[in-house]
Ligand binder design. Sequence first.
Ligand code: NAD
Ligand code: ZN
Length: 360
Amino acid sequence: MGKAPEEEHPVKAFGWAARDTSGVLSPFKFSRRVTGDEDVRFKILYCGICHSDLHSLKNEWGNSTYPLLPGHEVVGVVTEVGSKVQKYKVGDRVGVGCMVGACHTCENCENNLENYCPKMILTYNSVNYDGTKTYGGYSDHMVANERYIVRIPDNLPLDAAAPLLCAGITTYSPLRYYGLDKPGTKVGVVGLGGLGHVAVKFAKAFGAIVTIISTSPSKKQEAIEVLGADSFIVSTNPDEMQAAMGTLDGIIDTVSAVHALVPLLFLLKSHGKIIMVGAPDKPLELPVFPLIIGRKTIAGSCIGGMKETQEMIDFAGKHNISPLIEVIPMDYVNTAIERLIKADVKYRFVLDVGNTLKAA
Ligand SMILES: NC(=O)c1ccc[n+]([C@@H]2O[C@H](COP(=O)([O-])OP(=O)(O)OC[C@H]3O[C@@H](n4cnc5c(N)ncnc54)[C@H](O)[C@@H]3O)[C@@H](O)[C@H]2O)c1
Ligand SMILES: [Zn+2]
């Protein structure tokens, strides 16, 4: 039997965790390590709620261990730094995204792609170098090696910057890697939630012509007037889908549940690509003929490396890209999760941890 979460490390910590697959969160006492030589400790002020938190809370991917304390869009202010920390000082505005560790010797790590390291340590529901569990950002403070700390640009509000640490990098990285970042490129975005709406903002900032493909006609006006999308297709409307056939260079697919790929393949030009970032818990159906005809690609992408994450958030600062958020108190978290299941959020819940997380 290992030690209780509260006794594992010297520094007391407090947050909200789920104890079982019901996913219901409640106050939870645990502990975090002392600030190591290369560590940055920060007080958490805000934490975004990603759909991955929901998948994990309810063990939809089959890999959850409990207690599970989610949160990987974590921002706050530095309270302590280790003696060898170079880049940060007390008072800096910083964040942590989906990872807090990797092997640092494999080919991916050497190429600044810690996100593809087989030994990547996730911010929560993962195992630390010392064998203890990782706990996420629905909590009072965080400690991480400075390599996994991101500096938040001065002009970005901290609450709205939080979602960039997952939703931001997860959409920025494939737009860049798959060449969908060129002015005039025709980019489709499927699923207008947390990831999707940020994908629209980045694609627009790159100069792309952006089409949203959504099941919800009610989102159209805002998508065009507020998010700046160039067009909006209702995926359940055959006429609109038919009219857009063969028009897109690439599609970022952020849908969190099982859905049809073939209608999306038909929207692509020849040589077009669909990049899957949404992570449904069950396999999607993929007939190959719509792929062969027109030499189309279906690919995937997982968050982004730390170097690219800093680049992404600096780009967001430069172009004033702020996710649209609904800031909520900590004790609203279970209601927020229920609303996220119904896609009832525009477009990201962000927990006001700093003002509303009360120690037991
Ligand atoms: N690849 C990665 O690195 C990565 C990173 C973060 C999140 N994710 C995954 O991306 C997905 C989206 O995350 P999010 O936080 O943006 O979620 P979200 O709930 O904010 O958005 C999901 C969107 O998908 C739409 N949707 C749901 N079911 C649908 C269906 N059957 N058909 C069409 N549209 C549907 C919803 O209306 C919503 O707009 C999740 O599966 C999440 O786990 C992956
Ligand atoms: Zn996420």
